[in-house]
Write a protein that binds this ligand. Structure first.
Ligand SMILES: C[S@@+](CC[C@H](N)C(=O)[O-])C[C@H]1O[C@@H](n2cnc3c(N)ncnc32)[C@H](O)[C@@H]1O
Length: 280
């Protein structure tokens, strides 16, 4: 049984998030749901899930499938890999290595997101709702800074990648105390009814205008192909303002416009990104 917190998705039909653009994009992917994958789904508490993408259970059927991306288990990790290797490396959530593992070991108080979330109050660690979980990097950085984070993700493939990353991290002695602070839920934040008393609500959606710049980042290209753009960012922002106890934080590319053209209370700026802080 996993020691991290996640919604028991056994009774969830992944089609419940009826977002037609997402469904179209999911048809770019096929899941190799073989014995190893089934075992991992059981470990994640997701044994009964119905995935709204192509599904095959053997390599022959996989070869015959035309999808451009394959969700499978390789080297004990769930991965989403482009079939065309020039499209980039497999997307995997691994908190123990790579950039995120490195950043988690650094002084996280220097992270711009942490500065935006903590503000001047360095003593208390706020309760955070991360409405756009993605690959969990931001939730992880906040958990490293001591925040309790509820993380929502509505794309079923991304949710499985992140669940799997948290599952493996929960078995790593160096990471388990950190990931225990993350409560991952398969949910659409626009319609989620849980008010939850969050101090800070954070959002980092795939803004439609990110498409062009995404071409340079291969991981982002995979995301765009499989997740699509988040066309409902304005509703997400309104929901964030309803739920937040103290502030809403929106991540934006540094030079881009404010969400809904609404000027934030202040911004924390880096070289490429900006965190707009709206006090409520
Ligand atoms: C740009 S990625 C977020 C990256 C994330 N901040 C990280 O550190 O890895 C955007 C993610 O938010 C998810 N998302 C967008 N709108 C959402 C919503 N209303 N509810 C739940 N998830 C949402 C998308 O499916 C996508 O996986």
């Amino acid at each position: 049984m996993c020691s991290y917190n996640t919604t028991d998705v056994n009774n969830l039909d992944f089609k419940q998030n009826d977002k037609s653009s997402t469904d179209d994009h999911l048809m770019n992917a096929v899941c190799l749901r073989d014995g190893d994958f089934e075992q991992r789904l059981i470990a994640l508490g997701c044994a009964e899930v119905v995935l709204p993408c192509g599904v095959v259970d053997n390599l022959e059927a996989l070869d015959a499938h035309s999808a451009h991306y394959v969700l499978s288990i390789e080297n004990d990790r769930i991965q989403l890999a482009p079939r065309d290797k020039s499209m980039g490396n497999p997307v995997v959530v691994d908190f123990s290595s790579g950039t995120i593992g490195f950043r988690g070991r650094q002084n996280v108080r220097q992270e711009l997101l942490v500065k935006a979330v903590l503000g001047r109050d360095k003593k208390t660690t706020p309760k955070v709702l991360d409405m756009t979980g993605g690959l969990g990097r931001d939730s992880f950085i906040l958990a490293c800074a001591g925040c309790a984070v509820t993380t929502l993700e509505r794309n079923p493939l991304v949710f499985l990648l992140l669940s799997d990353g948290l599952y493996r991290a929960a078995m790593d002695v160096e990471l388990q105390l950190i990931v225990q602070k993350i409560d991952l839920q398969f949910s659409d934040a626009v319609v989620a009814s849980d008010a939850g008393n969050y101090d800070v609500v954070y959002m980092d959606p795939m803004f439609p205008e990110r498409t062009k710049s995404a071409l340079v980042k291969k991981e982002m290209r995979v995301f765009r192909d499989v997740v699509g753009e988040d066309t409902d960012v304005n509703q997400l922002f309104e929901q964030a303002r309803n739920v937040a106890g103290k502030k809403v934080i929106v991540k934006r590319p540094r030079k881009s416009a404010f969400i809904k053209d609404k000027k934030p209370t202040y911004s924390v700026e880096g070289r490429s990104s900006r965190f707009d802080v709206y006090q409520v």
